[in-house]
Design a protein around this ligand. Structure first.
Ligand code: CUA
Length: 310
């Protein structure tokens, strides 16, 4: 499942807008410099060779000083001032009502925690629109980079260090993102999405995510819950409200409510979930999740159970 990455030139957040404005300024100034140089070159090529007189040499000297020293100096100073101003703007301190979210990069998925609300999810960052969000970025292994082009610039996730990125979204919507630092063979399958909600919807989302997992309602799902423990899934994955308490892989308490599986490698549908459980390496070679030997009815039960965790 590949989605087209949104352009940085269609910003929906303060930091992204700052970056887009700076880009347009650079393009504009570059265009001015190019036109001046091109016109000067054209005039020089078309003019007949002139007599080598003192006034001619003076005129040529003025062109060299103006075009070779003054123009570049002015442009570079303007670019420097604009860049420093943009850097200050995008690294400004968050407002008092900001939400803090911890994002940890793993090969190859995103762990997303809401420390104030006891909520854990993966590969989706839900935020309130119109409010500052402080992302505390870390890595559990190698260097990753958080990049949601419509909202902000890139920020690396490093082992043993926390980087902070402040984002905000102008309005509710889905904003696609990627890992922007090569982090291993499945770097391309380390996608994420930021979902911005209005305040009421965000509170509702947090509340739903805070709940323990849905109890199985069908016999097949109950057998799936058992298989989840028996076949070792529970030693890596946590499912809130059950005995599954592993913390190596993504928290699956509400996995069926997410828009994608395997950090964007698959759609979140039952057939895709079955394919994933059956042989994760066929989808995402190198992934830590092993292919587990399962009886056909066990696979059916696992898919039904995990697919019911909304
Ligand atoms: Cu993580 Cu690239």
């Amino acid at each position: 499942m590949r989605r087209p990455l949104p352009t940085t030139l269609d910003p929906s957040g303060s930091a992204a807008r700052e970056i887009a404005d700076l880009w347009w300024l650079l393009v504009g100034l570059g265009a001015v410099a190019f036109i001046v140089v091109a016109v000067g070159l054209g005039v020089g090529l078309l003019r007949r060779p002139a007599d080598d007189t003192v006034p001619r040499r003076r005129a040529a000297g003025r062109w060299l000083i103006g075009g070779g020293v003054v123009l570049p100096t002015v442009l570079i100073v303007v670019v420097l001032i604009a860049t420093v101003a943009s850097m200050r703007a995008v690294s400004g301190s968050p407002s008092d009502d900001a939400v803090t979210i911890e994002v940890t990069g793993h090969q190859w998925w995103w762990e997303v925690r809401y420390p104030d609300d006891g909520v854990v999810t993966a590969n989706e960052v839900h935020i309130p629109a119109g409010r500052d969000v402080v992302l505390e970025l870390r890595s559990a292994d190698v260097i990753h980079s958080f990049w949601v082009p419509a909202l902000a610039g890139k920020m690396d996730l490093l082992p043993e260090r926390t980087n902070t990125l402040v984002i905000d979204a102008d309005r509710p919507g889905r904003y696609d993102g990627v890992c922007a630092e090569f982090c291993g063979v499945q770097h391309v399958n380390m996608q994420l999405v930021v979902v911005a909600h209005d305040e009421a919807e965000f509170a509702g989302w947090l509340d739903a995510q805070r709940q323990p997992a849905a109890e199985p309602t069908e016999e097949l799902e109950t057998r799936g819950e058992q298989a989840f423990v028996d076949r070792g899934c529970a030693s890596c994955h946590r499912i809130g409200g059950t005995d599954a308490a592993g913390d190596d892989g993504p928290d699956l308490t509400h996995v069926a409510s997410r828009s994608a599986l395997a950090a964007g490698a698959l759609d979140n549908t039952l057939p895709d979930l079955r394919e994933w459980i059956l042989d994760p390496h066929a989808i995402k070679d190198g992934v830590l999740m092993p292919a587990v030997e399962l009886e056909p009815d066990e696979l059916d039960a696992l898919v039904a159970y995990v697919g019911s965790l909304r």
